[in-house]
Design a protein around this ligand. Structure first.
Ligand code: GLY
Length: 561
């Protein structure tokens, strides 16, 4: 077994606190061992620890998610939602949708003023931005495939919250940058705000969150949705303009979906269907690029980047027009991913110049985007593979902490199209298909995915990053399958992103200058931006060798059983 420790956090050991000294492990190579990759070393370790106690990948997914809710408060959550895609060792494929829903009092114009102008501050910050959380229900649905009792799976998170853990430099920076927002949106003091700036190694203790997790541990899922925690959420709503009520919580239900499956060059891709656009976009992008035989080109070559950007442009135009919650709109997935449709869509592609976005979709307006959310990839030694992406939406969601309960509530309502053509946090625009309706799930981009070869897991992959999620998963896959890169390079080499609108190709620092210049001559406009995603990948080769890689862009870390 080979372990690469790329970062090392050497933090002061506090007598009373256990979790102040831990390693960040960026890559593990192993055989016949269970592995977890997540956004934080303590969360990955929580997952690995329950597998050492006899748990499987589903146990690990639950323990890791709860631990992330403590050690990675910017995106880990119990106040948000997400999606789980899994392939069990016996071949059964699962997709659990624990996406948030719009409260009963929500309506399509709730973020418009009297003149019809959209107020994105209200859809992105504070109590009115909150959708009905699904994460706790998602964990209980996952439990049906796990081995250990929920009480045991919650314990690592409870210990981390109660005893405290040393925060990383990145978390400290983000907490400091968000301080003003925390003060603006909370009426009582919260543990995430202190007088002096946070720094790496500071110990964050979350007693109220520990108590909330203990209540769930004692009374189960019902406690969160109907018990004291539910009452605290609603009391928090009443401190401002929140509309989420007790009935919304009581009525919340996960949905079992049929995973979206399609073939790509000898692999079966198993991914998330609507209400995430992620799987549909991934299928569209992979299929359109295959029409140009992408694998004849190299990673980051002008030809490869042009093909991929044009596939992205066409897919994201369809996202804006056709995608939303399939329980409320016609699900056009079979048509959208059919060769008949995609070949026609691809007919306008030309190597000689960029396709104008207006030519592939109805333009209303556009803006910028930013990253967040979190992903975990898990493989156990029995062959169960689990891929989970979960989110509060923006960093720390709505910025509202439930008083007395100690956790952040999401700002997922902004993932609806609050007005046709008005861009959300990620610059994504939408229309009728993703309009707000009570009980509806807002369109997502999350793309937890598993690629099978000969019906066995070959790649487990996913990432945070808002609308950059599908394009990052797309790149991670073609980097391995088409360009033959190692999993480490597939994750860590510079990425790019196009989402139809804005009409620019966003690139990470160090993206090939020559390719950029070559494509600028064909009419492409490039814009450098910060890191794209934090991709967590597990790759299994034909001999059963496992390579688990945690993205170097964050504190992400691999743990082994
Ligand atoms: N909130 C980000 C997403 O669901 O795609």
């Amino acid at each position: 077994m080979r372990i690469m420790l790329i970062g090392f956090l050497c933090l002061v050991q506090q007598g009373f606190a256990q979790f102040t000294d831990y390693n960040v492990t960026k890559e593990i190579q192993t055989k016949a061992k269970s592995v977890v990759v997540s956004a934080h070393p303590l969360a990955s370790e929580a997952g690995a620890a329950v597998m050492r106690k006899g748990g499987n990948a589903f146990d690990a997914a639950i323990a890791t998610q709860y631990a992330l809710a403590v050690v990675y408060p910017q995106a880990g959550n119990i106040g948000g939602g997400g999606f789980l895609v899994a392939v069990k060792a016996d071949g059964e494929k699962l997709a659990i949708d624990f996406r948030e829903t719009a409260p009963a009092k929500a309506h399509r114009n709730m973020y418009l003023d009297k003149k019809g102008k959209a107020n994105t501050d209200l859809s992105q910050n504070g109590r009115l931005a909150v959708g009905v959380p699904g994460s706790v229900a998602g964990c209980y649905e996952t439990l049906k495939y796990a081995r250990l009792p929920m009480e045991e799976l919650l314990q690592p998170a409870i210990d981390l919250a109660e005893k405290g853990f040393a925060i990383t430099e990145k978390e400290a920076k983000l907490l400091n940058e968000t301080k003003e927002d925390f003060l603006r949106h909370n009426k009582t003091p919260i543990v995430f705000v202190k007088d002096t700036p946070w720094k790496a190694g500071d110990v964050l203790v979350q007693k109220e969150l520990a108590e909330t997790l203990k209540r769930i541990q004692k009374f189960g899922e019902k406690e969160f949705y109907e018990g004291k925690t539910a009452q605290m959420i609603v009391a928090e709503m009443k401190k401002g303009n929140g509309i989420l009520g007790l009935k919304d919580l009581k009525n919340y239900q996960i949905k079992k979906r049929i995973p979206l499956s399609f073939d790509y060059k000898g692999y079966e891709v198993v991914t998330m269907p609507l209400p995430s656009s992620g799987g549909v976009l991934l299928a569209q992008m992979l299929k359109m690029s295959a029409y140009e035989n992408l694998s004849q080109y190299q990673y980051a070559s002008p030809e490869a980047v042009q093909i991929m950007v044009e596939a992205e442009r066409r897919a994201y135009a369809d996202r804006a027009e056709y995608m939303g919650d399939p329980d409320f709109i016609e699900d056009r997935t079979p048509w959208l991913i059919s060769d008949d449709y995609l070949k026609e869509r691809w007919a306008s592609f030309s190597f000689s110049q960029a396709t104008p976005s207006a030519q592939v979709g109805r333009i209303l307006s556009s803006t910028e985007e930013s990253p967040q959310t979190t992903h975990l990839s898990i493989l156990d030694k029995e062959g169960n593979a689990v891929s989970v992406t979960t989110t509060l939406n923006g960093y720390y969601g709505s910025k509202v902490v439930v008083a007395g309960a100690g956790f952040f509530l999401n700002n997922e309502m902004d993932d609806f199209s609050i007005k046709p053509g008005v861009p959300n946090l990620f610059g994504a625009v939408g229309g009728e298909a993703n309009a707000i309706q009570p009980g509806k799930r807002m369109l997502s981009s999350m793309t937890p995915s598993i690629l099978l070869k000969d019906q066995r897991p070959a790649i487990v992959v996913g990432t945070p990053g808002g609308t950059t999620i599908p394009t990052s998963v797309f790149q991670a896959i073609v980097n391995i399958v088409d360009f033959g890169l190692s999993p480490n390079l597939a994750v860590n080499l510079p990425k790019f992103h196009h989402q139809w609108l804005p009409e620019t190709v966003a690139v990470e620092k160090n993206f090939s200058h020559d390719t950029r210049k070559a494509l600028e001559q064909k009419g492409y406009v490039f814009k450098e931006r910060g890191p794209i995603g934090k991709t967590e990948i597990i790759a299994i080769d034909d001999q059963g060798h496992i390579t688990a890689v945690a993205d170097s862009r964050g504190d992400d870390s691999v743990a082994v059983e």
